[in-house]
Design a protein. Structure first.
Length: 354
């Protein structure tokens, strides 16, 4: 039996570079606009040259409002390197691995960052652990946002992904607790695993039809998420995708063939969902502990249904043990002879002929 996502991630992320993430308290306010954009001195940055291009690899300035220059020594800045603005020192000891130390410079005080239009890539962890960062300007021309680029930037409230971005990798906005609004660019094609994990103030999300794949746990533990509009190009709702959210409105487009394990598990406000006839597989605990979901119609195209996929909830008297019990008054509507009818019979769930 699969363990719940919180247990899985609490173990895996201890070893991850984002272990320093924690919820911050007071949040500063700031913004950067094109009108007042003046590039900072090149001497404020650590950088490398790759032929005719510049990659920013570090910051040593003192500004709270950082304006990355478009050029250095006449060469265009095209990338922000791995952990360039990481707010923590390297974990050189076991003590630091448990609670990393802040860097001595002011990276954790930076309020805003303006990224110029020539930058095409934000590399792994580029701005991770920038706790005070409230505003970031992502330019048209940006193509790829790599793993954990803004992980644990818990002061950011709103982000607009440019139309030129095609790839958003995993953990990009992991534990961005303050993030309440996200606009995905119209040409984004994929969003990686756990990209928005634990963005607890995110209330709605709309994926343009250009998005054809989202990763495992993409919106898991987004407790405040109540509405999600999915792309019509998505063919699979991956494992843990909407685990532990408050989604009440969601449409699965025809073309979806698989609903993964625990995909909507613990979706506390999900009261209704229509399974399209394109679906052939529903995973283990896909709709486990959805307390207000009392009925579901399963098309005969579904040939595989995982253990406790629906009709089960957590035993309220044993919450720490995650003991499954049948949900009272739950009903399945299914065709005679279908996999759904067989599932109902095997689990003692009421079934109505579809």
């Amino acid at each position: 039996m699969k363990k719940l996502i919180c247990t899985l991630l609490s173990l895996s992320l201890i070893l991850c570079v984002f272990t320093g993430c924690q919820e911050n308290g007071e949040k500063p306010e700031s913004s950067v606009s094109e009108e007042n954009y003046v590039p900072d001195s090149a001497s404020d940055f650590v950088y490398t040259e790759n032929g005719e291009e510049i990659k920013i690899t570090g910051y040593k300035g003192a500004s709270l409002n950082v304006n990355i220059p478009a050029e250095i020594d006449g060469k265009p800045v095209t990338a922000i390197g791995e952990y360039a603005f990481d707010g923590f020192e390297e974990a050189d000891s076991e003590e630091q691995k448990q609670g990393k130390a802040y860097k001595e410079n002011n990276i954790n005080s930076i309020k805003s960052i303006h990224i110029p239009s020539g930058v095409k890539t934000l590399e792994k962890g580029a701005f991770t652990n920038c706790y005070s960062l409230e505003t970031v300007t992502l330019p048209e021309g940006l193509e790829k946002i790599c793993e954990g680029a803004f992980a644990c930037c818990d002061a950011i409230k709103s982000v607009t992904i440019p139309s030129t971005v095609k790839i958003i990798e995993g953990y990009v906005f992991y534990q961005c607790y303050g993030l309440s609004e996200i606009t995905i660019g119209k040409n984004t094609e994929s969003i990686g695993e756990y990209a928005f994990l634990s963005c607890k103030n995110l209330t709605s999300v709309k994926l343009p039809d250009s998005v054809n794949a989202v990763g495992t746990g993409c919106f898991a533990s987004c407790y405040g998420l109540t509405k999600a509009e999915l792309s019509s190009s998505i063919t699979e709702i991956p494992d843990y995708c909407f685990y532990d959210t408050s989604v009440s409105e969601i449409k699965l487009h025809k073309g979806v063939t698989k609903i993964g394990d625990l995909a909507f598990c613990r979706s506390s406000d999900l009261s209704e969902i229509k399974i399209p006839s394109s679906v052939v597989s529903i995973g283990e605990k896909a709709f486990y502990t959805c307390p207000v979901l009392t009925k579901i119609e399963v098309p005969e195209t579904v040939t595989e249904i995982g253990s406790q996929a629906f009709g089960y909830t957590m035993d309220a008297e044993k919450p720490d043990e995650d003991t499954p019990v049948l949900q009272e008054d739950f009903t399945i509507k299914a065709k005679k002879g279908s996999a759904a009818e067989k599932y109902a019979e095997e689990n003692g769930i009421a079934c109505k002929a579809g």
